[in-house]
Design a protein around this ligand. Structure first.
Ligand code: GLN
Length: 203
């Protein structure tokens, strides 16, 4: 028990409960983060799916924007799924004109990239470093990664359909991002991967 890393989940909006449940099941201790003080002592932080503009606005309102931005910039382990991926991007396309993110990953993401008609879909994604075959990935008004910098590793791409080849999972140092929602599938492999990553990143 003592060795289970505490993983915070930014609990402003989005599928917070699902991530907390997945973290507990994947060997971590889940902690909702609504106040800056709750960032203290965590091994890693998850930014959930939801609506990136809303998450950004609430982060400002709760005084969490700057503390989270600093946690990311200081090398904290952070996993962003869907809207969380958008929040971790250094550049956002099709965002609102005033949209802000925490940044951290040297990438350009496009919001709602799969098209507004394509609200949600599932597709298998092979993820580097995650064993056991392709991940049945659930995409909901998802972004994709349009460009990456040299320091960014591509972990997964859409493997079939009109969006085949699009980058949907990346890692840069202690930052991990997926365009899809593993917390909705019951497949814990991405959460286990992140718990291990966060445990290793602990100072
Ligand atoms: N389209 C949403 C956004 O722009 C992300 C959707 C999601 O997280 N499921 O933030």
């Amino acid at each position: 028990m003592g060795d289970r890393p505490v993983i915070g989940v930014l609990a402003l909006q989005g599928d917070v409960r699902e991530h907390l449940r997945a973290i507990e099941a994947a060997g971590g201790v889940g902690r909702p983060v609504r106040r800056p003080a709750e960032l203290e002592g965590i091994a890693g932080l998850i930014i959930p799916g939801g609506e990136s503009t809303t998450i950004a606005r609430l982060a400002e309102e709760f005084g969490l924007f700057e503390p989270v931005r600093r946690f990311v910039a200081d090398g904290g382990a952070v996993y962003g799924s869907c809207a969380g991926m958008i929040m971790l991007a250094d550049q956002i396309l099709d965002g609102r004109p005033d949209q802000r993110g925490f940044g951290g990953i040297d990438m350009v993401v496009r919001r709602n990239a799969f098209g507004r008609q394509v609200d949600s879909f599932e597709a298998p994604v092979q993820i580097d470093g995650v064993e056991g075959g392709p991940f049945e990935a659930v995409f909901i008004r998802a972004p994709w990664v349009e460009r990456i910098g040299d320091g960014v590793a591509v972990l997964g791409r859409v493997s079939q359909g009109p969006a085949a080849g699009r980058i949907v999972a990346v890692r840069q140092g202690n930052l991990l991002a997926t365009a899809f929602h593993p917390e909705l599938t019951g497949d814990l492999r991405v959460h286990r991967f992140f718990v291990t990553m966060a445990a290793g990143a602990r100072l």
